[in-house]
Design a protein around this ligand. Structure first.
Ligand code: NAD
Ligand code: TYD
Length: 352
């Protein structure tokens, strides 16, 4: 079968990548979607079961740090577009092992840019879409929001590596005129998220009657966005975003960690038919994260005005859908939390 376009999606076996792949494979049958993923601890092909047999989908296992592999892939497929999500994504891991972040997030992105540049002849018709984070802007105090004009001030090895990759993407656009677009998004939550991140970790622990670790005093604030709304924004930016532009994406949904955990506990008590207050007893304050950013909050007025995007679910709806998914997908959780996860969890929290 001939396809009108070929799109490369990197990191498609991960949390957000799998939502983007599902959306693109289902909605764009005229496009061949090629997913390359190294399948690190965070990459899981079970995330893509629903679409893996579709004729417009291919999976290729590979490492974006391997320049030869990437060049050959681009030479063979002459992609029309790239949506780049592959990354090491967890702040705590970047504190214990920064080099992996520098390799994948910086060198890996540079390899993709070089390979993309080599196939850009009529540049207007292609695009390289780099998916990034609001953490590049640093940490906010009690007030204010990150806009597209906020200066970069990354403060963890993760955010510094993502900031570096954003700079490379813009530098390649400026210097080599390759067509790029970037988005910086706030914290995502939803199905298929690896249970090292706050929300799935808390759901999994509450379900198993294990302590729910809250860093420091739980006063740090994040702006939470349902992952399917991020995938929708990525779709809109990929198709309608202006070359050379950056779009901030956020949920306008700020929560102090401790308030969010209490809310989750209430939902879990109901779903698990426990007495009100049972799950909250599991909350355990633990040592704070080194260099813990206080607050992230996104001003997403640009993407709302320019592309007509807005979140489609309320936080209550999104959280409930998320909890329901984790409770219905015990096998997924059991597979992913066996083996290496156990060792990581023990080292990280020093609690059973
Ligand atoms: P994730 O950790 O769930 O998935 C990352 C995927 O990349 C995995 O499938 C992994 O196997 C793959 N990968 C890692 N190293 C690779 C390499 N060297 N070569 C090929 N594949 C590799 O991450 P996520 O939460 O889905 O995040 C996806 C992207 O979105 C990242 O770029 C992240 O910085 C960005 N982002 C995430 C959030 C969030 O809240 N999770 C928010 C904003 C932006
Ligand atoms: P996380 O999900 O790791 O995302 P990020 O660090 O990229 O924002 O963490 C979200 C917030 O929750 C952050 O302030 C750290 C905090 N946190 C905890 O309190 N306990 C935990 O076990 C984890 C993983 C995070």
């Amino acid at each position: 079968m001939m396809f009108e376009k070929k799109i490369l999606i990197t990191g498609g076996a991960g949390f957000i990548g799998s939502h983007v792949i599902r959306r693109f494979v289902n909605n764009y049958s005229n496009c061949l979607i090629i997913n390359i993923d190294k399948l690190t601890y965070a990459g899981n092909l079970e995330n893509l079961k629903e679409i893996e047999t579709k004729s417009n989908y291919r999976f290729v296992k590979g490492d974006i740090v391997d320049a030869d592999f990437i060049f050959k892939l681009f030479e063979e497929h002459q992609f029309d577009g790239v949506i780049h999500l592959a990354a090491e994504s967890h702040v705590d891991r970047s504190i214990s092992n920064p080099i992996e972040f520098i390799n994948t997030n910086i060198i890996g992105t540079a390899n993709l840019l070089n390979a993309f540049r080599s196939i850009c002849k009529n540049t207007d018709e292609k695009r390289f879409y780099h998916v990034s984070t609001d953490e590049v802007y640093g940490s906010l105090g009690e007030s204010g929001f990150f806009t597209e004009e906020t200066s970069y001030d990354p403060r963890s090895p993760y955010s510094a590596s993502k900031a570096s990759s954003d700079h490379l993407v813009r530098a390649y656009h400026h210097t080599f005129k390759i067509p790029v677009v970037i988005s910086n998004c706030s914290n995502n939550y939803g199905s298929h998220q690896f249970p090292e991140k706050l929300i799935p970790l808390a759901i999994n622990n509450i379900k198993n009657n294990k302590p729910v670790p809250v860093y420091g005093e739980g006063v740090n604030i994040r702006d939470w966005l349902f992952v399917e709304d991020h995938a929708l924004a990525i779709d809109m930016i990929y198709h309608k975003g202006k070359i050379g532009e950056t779009y901030n994406i956020g949920g306008s949904n700020e929560w102090k960690n401790i308030d969010l955990i209490h809310k989750l506990c209430e939902i879990m008590d109901k779903k698990l038919n426990r007495l009100a207050g049972t799950s909250a007893k599991l909350i355990t304050f633990v040592k704070d994260r080194a260099g813990h950013d206080l607050r992230y909050a996104i001003d997403s007025s640009k993407i709302q005005a320019a592309l007509g995007w807005k979140p489609s679910v309320t936080f209550e709806q999104g959280l409930e859908k998320t909890v329901d998914w984790y409770l219905a997908n015990e096998a997924w959780l059991n597979h992913i939390t066996s083996g290496a996860y156990k060792t990581y969890y023990k080292q990280q929290y020093n609690i059973a």
